[in-house]
Design a protein around this ligand. Sequence first.
Ligand SMILES: [Zn+2]
Length: 809
Amino acid sequence: MHTAHPQWPGIAAHLTAALAGWVLGTAIQLQQPALWDWLVYASIVLPALVLLAWVAHKNIASLWRAAAVFTAVAALAFAASGLRATFFLHSALSPSLEGRDVDVTGVVAALPQRNESGLRFRLRVEDAQRDGIAVDLPPLVDVGWYGGLFPNGSDVLALQRQPADLKAGERWRMTLRLKAPHGSRNPQGFDYELWLWEQGVQATGYVRATARDPVPQRLGQTWQHPVALARQNVRERIFAAVEQRQFAGLIAALVVGDQNAIERADWDVFRATGVAHLVAISGLHITMFAWGAALLTGWLWRRSARLCQAVPAPVAALACGVVLALAYALFSGWGVPAQRTCLMLAAVALLRLSGVRWPWPQVWLLACAVVVAADPWALLQAGFWLSFVAVGVLFATNSGAADEGNTGVRARFVAAMREQWVITVALAPLTLLLFGQVSVVGLLANALAIPWVTLVVTPLAMLGVLVPLAWDMAAQGIGWMLLCLQWLAALPWATFSVATAPWWVAVAGVVGGVALVAPLPWSLRGLGVPLLLPVLLWQPVLPAQGEFELLGADVGQGNAVLVRTARHALLYDAGPRYSLESDAGHRVLVPLLQTLQTRLDRVVLSHRDTDHVGGAAAVLAMQPQADLLSSIAPDHSLQSMRPAQRCEEGQRWDWDGVQFEVLHPRAQDYDALDRGDPKPNALSCVLRISTARASALLVGDIEQAQEARLVADDTLLKATVLLVPHHGSQTSSSAEFLNAVQPAMALVQSGYRNRFGHPAAPVMQRYRERNIAVHESPRCGAFTWRSDQADAAECTRSMGLRYWHHRMP
Ligand SMILES: [Zn+2]
């Protein structure tokens, strides 16, 4: 048995102070909306070091000493991550190169991903030129290469060359068009810009591949990125060996970490049953893999008395677990979540193997501080916290690989299952907080799927690299598991979701969850329950009776506005489709409605264009109670999901004291379309929402003719807020129309650097001349406006602005 360090209490206090200081100093730096000059960060370092040196030599009370250590280390951590960010930002893409053709030579730095529209890959830039003059590009860029027709100029479509069969490690010369990383910003939504920042990617773009562009040239294979190349080869072998594409995709996900080939329906099943972490090579998956490897090694090691004499089984199990997890993480793509989990596992294992027995809170703090030192931005990632808790429960406490003594196989099996349960239970409240949703059947699904995937399917899938027959067995195993999961996912009470609560409720909930599973007396553990209750019972704030709220979601180039009254909700348009597999519904609106715990009573789809109905299928599938009001044709594919009622002038309803009225189209406008008028824009449903004091006008893509018709008919158009017609296109926002609406405020929903050039400058000039405050979604992110504070609006982008967020020039 190990014994505690003789001077432990004194050391522990300082160590705890230092580790906690490091984490806190980093966390504070992550709150900075903008970076300071590097000299400011650098000037923090010296006084902090002086303070540390002074503490080391001075004989002062230990409480003061701990406080001084805490402060000095926090300042150092703040300065360190500030300096790192400053230097990283130096290599950002120059705005003058955005949207220009640049000739780039570079090496394919990761496994290229193929989808229906082309190829996506990461390029390490070696050399870049514009018109023959060398220019500086960021070292790492994410690029797409699309085949088929591509808009070249405003209306001209050009045929592009099909993407070549790129291999990791190949050097290519190609013409690229790049832009700064820009993602949509929605309340509690995924932070794409942070995600790219953390991976060191500072520009995204596409290969220019029309007939007029130079042909992309393969310059040869390099020896860079050999692991990625090996993964690519294994992926190809899997797809050649396994007949069913669905299973081949899942095996590829498990072996080489390529989740692209997993079908969307399977993802939905995994999410609904809470086992998505198993196929996503998340930190949690790596942790469970290490746990499985440690269990197996320990069991095998104990078969040999000689081995046990040389190295005790728990030590061997722990070391093997970490080393195998490292190898697996490396081969499955060495993604950022895998890197930080390995770091965390290594820190915990080294500490344990060195013979020091620290109390578990310090071990957790050490694991956290080590990861944060390597990757400060991990603190903001949900995946980090999930794997952190899992590593903590399995490896930092006294369970898992360190299990000593000679218990029988059955007792060991029971112990392993119990640990696995503890993990699932401990992660449930955290998942609820991070994702607003926890899978009720997830407890059962994880109890079956974690051991099955960790101990059976993944080893078989790995073995397939040597013996391809094992892939068939793995496919069989996945097939059985999918059947079970599909059955579980179909249960009516499969998921439980709550509204995202404010941070203080969340913190109380996490403390409650930890208390429940911590090795404490049951009387103390019981305190966890009241701490958890606010999270479970949290109700989002809704408008008062007679008032309403608009939330213009940030969906890129397209419309989507959520309207909420005291007890009702309506979604006006459902945003664009991004590609065959992804749309604004899946990516933005479904998560947003979940975060807000909103049940829609009605979906209005203004007209059939894909930038308005692209996300509708996903939203309608998740909101079975909502009815549909739209101008889409009777044979439109959405009609089979939910029969749509035609929107028509004169329809009106009252929700909680708020008036809704449809102003356009008229019945005869539909007849015009039946006669073959090709423009669906003309049929956009126009909706006016009003209280006694404030009002909003949502107009879809109506153009000047419809605007003139509305003005000529003397329709009551006046509104406090206007959704700018047709995303600010030149076709719309005529002077007469603006004079009739007289908005104080307007919202343009358009994409950053969209190919239509929306909003058009002359149109914006018309708004400026009338002193209308215009908010553009690329600058504002999600836009929130409330009828009881009619002169104010809230922009998600500026509310939560951090230094890694893109600022439009
Ligand atoms: Zn549109």
